[in-house]
Design a protein around this ligand. Structure first.
Ligand SMILES: Cc1ncc(C[n+]2csc(CCOP(=O)(O)OP(=O)(O)O)c2C)c(N)n1
Ligand SMILES: CC(=O)[C@@H](O)[C@H](O)COP(=O)(O)O
Ligand SMILES: [Mg+2]
Length: 628
């Protein structure tokens, strides 16, 4: 891999000094560097290979960081990171202490806005544009948003607002690669395909190359008006024009001869502008071009060989446990429908879609819609299961309360990626769902402790005729075989896992093995609580009566979490007893290896034992265990 030119790039100012010919060389080197780098660290690949030319063109044409670029989702910003002084740090990408996989304001002045949850870029860039206008600052504000991210309501809320906001300098660039993580869905995708197809695309490409290149901007403005007028006569204006944006494109986002003159001309214009750029996910790496889904977010791999299936079967993940359960329950109950907001692979729905295509719904990146859509299904007697990452359910909180719970509708939520998620870091951590679901009336909140429990609690919550969540983490658990039954367990009843003295550990979820090991060392009692809501009041009060102290353990935020629920039970019953609540602290936790992060937070066996000894030293006076 040659990186002679890339080696000389310290900042975008260097990119701006390059000649036209050098920019092509830079694109080649940058693409090779991205591939090599991601193959060593893992991370998002396909999207980054697709934004190489666009990133170079943006930093070449615009005066970053004075001009603001807001990258939607931000999973496509590796070329941007490399050109903005973080090339060496790419070796630390998504690892503890290393750089984030997403834009982060604290990481670089070139990261104008922190992203990772999709479809926020237009709102943020619009806010910046209005602030600049109000302050009299001349500056460009650019939102780069993918076709997948464009499907979210929030993107349209921002267009709706931006299209009529006077005197703003806002450029929305739609990076249309005709892919979300999986193939894109919905009417917008169909519309964009129509825009890209046929003579319109060809004519627009020519316009990008030939016309825009040579026109001074006042002439360009007239040309644009004439063009829009002509479009009005021969066919409807684009959706984006109807929303108040000046629409340009589509142009080829891998062709610097199209990108550079177009951006140069747009730089000289103001107003709400919309540029439609067409790219290919995985561009330049044949294997990723052929299978952009597989290469969306791979682990480490050898680029010469590509991703190979693991030689020995890995332990089953919770996602697989859920996917299998969904197929089995779907076969047993024709009323079951599966809903995903654009996370088919990540949520384990690939097989379900194959087997039950008529009962599978990918609604796009539209979490709010997914939840209310499920509510509607439930109103008419279907039994929806919404498979959603804990972190993405945050976006649909009002829908959860107002549309589902308030009407006590029968919707089951399978909350994947609950707790720490590892490499994606704080933006994707599912740390809050216990706290934010348990306070909603009518909700059942289940926290399975292993794979078999996960299946049991999924069935139990599914059969419960009201709203329920079942949360489970990224990756695998204790390795307990999940089986293939569809048995249920009593709602709100805990299970005694170990009997001991002095202290009782009340465990909510997959930290159970760590808690069991700590309890072994302490000769403590362990209850697998199974449910945060309804909570097993009798079990808690029995444990309180029989022990000198209680300890709650959960992989969720301590504030308002399951431990708080136990505290409420004790308080209501007037029981005064020491209660130690172990869980996630009141701060955002950055990326890193999941197990290492948990250990660092004292949520492994050693940490749990240490915390209990520290807090209840009088009960466990052991000189051989050093206080940390
Ligand atoms: C609110 C939210 N929901 C889901 C996701 C998961 N997600 C990350 S990237 C992505 C696909 C985005 O597609 P697009 O915007 O077209 O970008 P591309 O991957 O094609 O580059 C999805 C669904 C997310 N980051 N945020
Ligand atoms: C950018 C984004 O939101 C997704 O690509 C996410 O990184 C996927 O996470 P998992 O790898 O846990 O499915
Ligand atoms: Mg896309």
């Amino acid at each position: 891999m040659t990186t002679d030119l890339l080696d000389r790039i310290q900042s975008p100012a260097d990119v701006r000094r390059l000649t036209r010919g050098q920019l092509d060389t830079l694109a080649g080197e940058l693409r090779s560097f991205v591939l090599d780098s991601v193959s060593r660290t893992g991370g998002h690949l396909s999207s980054n290979l697709g934004t190489v030319e666009l990133t170079i063109a943006l930093h070449h044409v615009f005066d970053t960081p004075h001009d603001r670029i807001v990258w939607d989702v931000g999973h496509q910003t590796y070329p941007h990171k490399i050109l903005t002084g973080r090339r060496d740090a790419m070796a630390t990408l998504r690892q503890a202490g290393g750089i984030s996989g997403f834009p982060k304001r604290s990481e670089s002045e070139y990261d104008a806005f922190g992203t990772a949850h999709s479809s926020t870029s237009i709102s943020a860039a619009l806010g910046m544009a209005v602030a600049s206008r109000n302050a009299g600052v001349k500056r460009k504000h650019i939102a780069v948003i993918g076709d997948g991210a464009m499907t979210a309501g929030m993107a349209f809320e921002a267009l709706n607002n931006g299209g009529v906001t006077p005197d703003i300098d806002l450029l929305v660039i739609l990076n249309d690669n005709d892919m979300s993580i999986s193939p894109p869905v919905g009417a917008l995708n169909r519309y964009l395909t129509r825009l890209m197809s046929g003579s319109f695309y060809a004519a627009a490409r020519n316009m990008g190359k030939a016309v825009l290149q040579h026109m001074p901007s006042p002439v360009l403005e007239i040309a644009r008006r004439v063009e829009n007028h002509a479009k009005g006569m021969v066919g409807p204006a684009t959706l984006f024009e109807e929303m108040g944006f000046h629409y340009f494109g589509p142009i080829d986002g891998h062709d610097l001869d199209a990108l550079l003159p177009t951006l140069q001309n747009l730089r000289n214009q103001t107003g709400p502008l919309f540029l439609h750029v067409v790219t290919r996910k995985g561009q330049g790496y044949k294997l990723a071009e052929a299978d952009p889904v597989l290469y969306h977010g791979p682990g480490k791999f050898d680029p010469a060989v590509g991703i190979r299936p693991a030689s020995k079967p890995a332990r089953q993940t919770f996602t697989q446990v859920f996917g299998n359960w969904l197929c089995d329950m779907g076969a047993a109950d024709a009323r079951l429908v599966g809903v995903t907001p654009a996370m088919r692979e990540g949520s384990g729905l690939v097989e379900f879609e194959k087997r039950f295509p008529g009962r599978y719904f990918d609604v796009g990146i539209a979490e709010q819609h997914a939840v209310t859509f499920a509510a509607g299904l439930a109103c008419e007697g279907q039994k929806p299961v919404v498979a959603i990452y804990s972190t993405f359910l945050q976006r649909a909180y009002d829908q959860l309360i107002h549309d589902v719970a308030l009407q006590n509708l029968d919707v089951t939520f399978a909350l994947d990626r609950a707790g720490l998620v590892g490499a994606d870091g704080a933006t994707h951590a599912g740390n809050y769902d216990i706290a934010f679901t348990r306070c909603i009336p009518n909700m059942v909140v289940a926290t399975p402790s292993d794979e078999a429990e996960c299946r049991l609690l999924l069935s139990t919550c599914y059969q419960h005729p009201g709203p329920a969540t079942v949360r489970y983490p990224r990756g695998s658990g204790a390795g307990v075989a999940a089986g293939d039954g569809l048995a249920t367990v009593p709602l709100g009843k805990a299970v005694l896992r170990r009997e001991g003295g002095k202290v009782a550990l009340l465990v909510f979820g997959t930290l159970l093995p760590a808690a069991m090991a700590a309890a072994q060392a302490l000769d403590a009692t362990v209850l697998d609580m199974r449910f945060v809501k309804p909570i097993d009041r009798e079990a808690i009060l029995r444990a309180a009566a029989a022990h000198a102290a209680l300890v709650t353990v959960e992989e969720g935020c301590i504030m308002g979490g399951a431990g708080s629920a136990v505290g409420e039970v004790l308080g209501e019953a007037g029981v005064v007893l020491p209660l130690l609540q172990l869980g996630l602290p009141d701060r955002f936790i950055d990326h890193g290896d999941q197990a290492t992060l948990l250990a660092g937070l004292g949520l492994d066996a050693t940490g749990i034992e240490r915390a209990i000894r520290q807090r209840f030293g009088d009960l466990y006076a052991r000189p051989d265990v050093a206080a940390a």
